[in-house]
Design a protein around this ligand. Structure first.
Ligand SMILES: NC(=O)c1ccc[n+]([C@@H]2O[C@H](COP(=O)([O-])OP(=O)(O)OC[C@H]3O[C@@H](n4cnc5c(N)ncnc54)[C@H](O)[C@@H]3O)[C@@H](O)[C@H]2O)c1
Length: 378
C-alpha cells in the first residue's frame, strides 16, 4: 500500500496528517509513504525528519499523489487537490461533507473513495481513530490557557504576605471531550470550576475532576451514541433563564456545547455578557458552528464594555505539534483498517468503513449528503 501526505493549504492550518514517528511505523510495516516537501514544516517536523523515517519527500503534492492508494489530510481536499487526486484513488481527512457539496460532487465524479473522520461511529473499536475527540482534547486545554492568559487576575488561590487572592471562577458549558479537558486544565491551574451539560452521564465525570456540577431544573437531553439530543427552542429559552446568574458570576466562561450535524445551541446571550464583571472572558469553542454565545465571531474578540467574547477558530492548529501527533495516530489506526496484507482494500461491510465513507465508485454513500445533492441543494 502507498500513502501520500500533502502540505495543508488552508489558511492558518499548521497541522500535518502524519508525523515522522508514525511514518516510521508505516514504513516498517511495508507501506510506502510519499510526503510533499514542507508538509510538516509548520508543525515543526522538517523534511529531513520524514526522510530519516523512510518517507520519500517529493517537490509537489501532485507527484506525491501519483502512486498513492490513499492520501492523508487534515482539512478537506480543496477542489484543485480533488482534481489532482488519482482517479479512483482514496482520501481520508476531516471532510464535513455537508459544508461543501461541490467538493462531494467532484469526488463522486472522479470515483474517489473519500473517508471523513468526522463521521466515525463512536464505538469502542473506533476510539483510537477518533480524531474529533483527539482534537477536542487540544481545544479544551487550549481554551483554558487563552482564558488564563487574558484574565487580569490569577487562576489559583494565593496566600501571600501582601494579601490573599481568591481563585478564579470558571464556568464550563458542555462537558463532552473538550469540556472535560477544559475542566481538568482549569482545575490544574487552581480555578474553582462549575460545569453544566444536558446529558446526565456528564454529572459524575464533572465531579470526578473536582468541579461542581450545576443543577438546573431541566429535563435530560440524551441522544444517540453518547451525544446530546437536539433541544427545542423552548428548552434553550428556559436553560438561558436558569444559567444567566452562573454566567454573570464567572470570571471565565468556556462554552463547548454542540449537537452533531446541527448549529451550536445559543446558551450565552448579550445580556448575560453585559452582566459579567469587568475583565471577564467568554471563550466560545463553538464559534465556528454558529456559536454558543450570540455575540461570538470565529477568530475574533468582541468587546462588551470590559468583557471579552473570544470566538475560537481552528484551535487545534494553534498547537500543531501535539495536535498532529494525536491526529496522526488516529490516521495510523484507520490505515490499519484499509490495509489487507499490504494491499489497499477497505471492507465496506465494516461499520467504521461504511460509516466514514462519503463517496465510493462514483456513488455518494453518505445518505444525508446524497439527499441534499439529489434534492438540488447547492
Ligand atoms: N468512542 C466513544 O465511545 C466516544 C468517543 C467520544 C465521545 N463519546 C461520548 O460522547 C460524549 C460527547 O462527545 P463530544 O464531546 O464529541 O460531544 P459534542 O462535541 O457533540 O458536544 C459537546 C457537549 O455539549 C453538550 N451539550 C449539547 N447541548 C448542550 C446544551 N444546551 N447545554 C449544555 N451542554 C450541551 C453535549 O452533551 C456534549 O457533552 C462524550 O462525553 C462521550 O460520552 C464516546
Amino acid at each position: 500500500m502507498h500513502v501520500a501526505v500533502p502540505r495543508e493549504t488552508a489558511p492558518d492550518e499548521r497541522r500535518v496528517a502524519l508525523v515522522p514517528d508514525i511514518v516510521g511505523r508505516l514504513v516498517a510495516a511495508g507501506t510506502g509513504v510519499a510526503v510533499e516537501a514542507g508538509a510538516g514544516t509548520s508543525s515543526l517536523f522538517p523534511d529531513a525528519s520524514y526522510e530519516e523515517k523512510g518517507a520519500e519527500v517529493l517537490k509537489s503534492a501532485a507527484e506525491a499523489f501519483e502512486r498513492a492508494d490513499i492520501v492523508c489530510k487534515v482539512q478537506p481536499p480543496t477542489l484543485s487537490e480533488a482534481r489532482a487526486l488519482r482517479e479512483g484513488g482514496a482520501v481520508v481527512s476531516f471532510l464535513q461533507p455537508g459544508s461543501d457539496l461541490e467538493l462531494v460532487r467532484l469526488l463522486r465524479d472522479r470515483r474517489i473513495s473519500a473517508f471523513s473522520l468526522d463521521l466515525l461511529p463512536r464505538i469502542s473499536r473506533a476510539q483510537a481513530m477518533d480524531a474529533l475527540s483527539s482534537q477536542a482534547t487540544v481545544s479544551g486545554y487550549r481554551a483554558v490557557l487563552i482564558a488564563a492568559e487574558r484574565l487580569p487576575r490569577f487562576f489559583p488561590l494565593f496566600m501571600t504576605a501582601a494579601g490573599t487572592v481568591p481563585p478564579a471562577k470558571v464556568l464550563v458549558l458542555g462537558a463532552g471531550v473538550a469540556g472535560l479537558q477544559a475542566i481538568a486544565t482549569a482545575r490544574r491551574l487552581g480555578a474553582v470550576v462549575r460545569a453544566y451539560d444536558v446529558r446526565p452521564a456528564a454529572r459524575e465525570e464533572v465531579k470526578s475532576l473536582g468541579a461542581t456540577f450545576v443543577e438546573l431544573e431541566l429535563e435530560a437531553q440524551e441522544g444517540q451514541g453518547g451525544y446530546a439530543a437536539e433541544q427545542s427552542e423552548e428548552f434553550l429559552r428556559r436553560q438561558r433563564e436558569l444559567i444567566g446568574t452562573e454566567v454573570a458570576a464567572a470570571d471565565a466562561v468556556i462554552t463547548t456545547a454542540a449537537i452533531p450535524g446541527r448549529p451550536a445551541p445559543v446558551l450565552v446571550t448579550a445580556d448575560m455578557v453585559a452582566r459579567m464583571s469587568a475583565g471577564s472572558i467568554v471563550v466560545d469553542l463553538a464559534a465556528e458552528s454558529g456559536g454558543n454565545c450570540e455575540l461570538s465571531k470565529p477568530g475574533e474578540d468582541v468587546l462588551v464594555g470590559e468583557v471579552v467574547v473570544h470566538g475560537v477558530r481552528n484551535l487545534p492548529s494553534s498547537m500543531p505539534m501535539h495536535a498532529s501527533f494525536l491526529y496522526s495516530r488516529n490516521i495510523f489506526e484507520f490505515l490499519g483498517l484499509v490495509d489487507h496484507e499490504g494491499t489497499f482494500s477497505p471492507d465496506f461491510d465494516d461499520e467504521i468503513i461504511a460509516g466514514t465513507c462519503v463517496t465510493h465508485e462514483g456513488e455518494i454513500l453518505h445518505k444525508p449528503t446524497r439527499e441534499r445533492i439529489d434534492g438540488g441543494s447547492s
